[in-house]
Design a protein around this ligand. Sequence first.
Ligand code: PGA
Length: 237
Amino acid sequence: MYVANWKMNNPSSSAAEWIDIVSSSKRIENCILCPPSTLLEQIKQIISKQNLPLTLGAQDVDPNTETSLTGGISAKMLKEFGCEYVIVGHSERRDFYKEGSDLLFKKVSSTLLEGLKVIFCIGESKEERDSGLKNNILSEQLKAISKILTKDVIIAYEPVWAIGSGETPSFEEINQTNNFLIKKLISFGLKQDDIKILYGGSVNSSNSEDILHLENVSGLLIGGASLDGAEFLKIIG
Ligand code: PGA
C-alpha cells in the first residue's frame, strides 16, 4: 500500500498528468492519493472518467457533524467526494495546530462512523528519541484511540525527525519499533492479522524497496517524493 500525501502542494505537473504517469503501473490499485481538498473533485472526476483503480484519501477531517461550522469539511462530505481514507494525527497538525488526544479521538471516530478508513500517524521527535522516550510517546499516541481501534485504522509510523529531512531510521530500528507497536496494538485488543503499519518519513525511490521489504511494514506514506509522478512511479514500480 502506497499513500501519496501531497500536503499543501499541487503536484509538480498537473494532477491529470500525474495520474497519467502513475496509472501506467499495475500497482496503482494499491495507491491512495491524498491531495489538498481543493483538488478532490477534479481528481474524483478523472478517476471515474477513466475508471481507474486509484483510491482517494483526504489529509484531514473536521470532527464535527454540524453544518454551521465555517471552514469545516466533515467525514460525510469527504465520503461524498469519493474519499475512502483520511489521514489523522499527522505530526504537522499535532505540531502547528496543537491537535491532541481528545481531538484526534473525535476525528478518528467520526471518520470510522462514516465508514471511511483512517491512516493514523504517530511518531517521536528527535529530542524524544534522544532522551529514550520514543516507546512512551508512541504508546501514548496509540492509547488516545485504543478504544476505537479496528482493522480500519491503519497506523503510519513517521518519526518526526525523518519527515522531509532526508534522514531515516536504520532498518533495524524500524523493525524494532514496528514489533513494539504490534505488541501494543495487540494489548489494545487488535488481532495480529488486522494490524497494518506503514512507514513514512523521507521515503524516495532509492530506499522505498528496502523499507517495504522489512518484516511488518505493510506500506509507505510518501510526502515530498510523491509530488513528482515519475518519482512516485519509480517507488511503486
Ligand atoms: P516526506 O513526508 O516523505 O516528505 O518525508 C512524509 C509525511 O510527512 O507524510
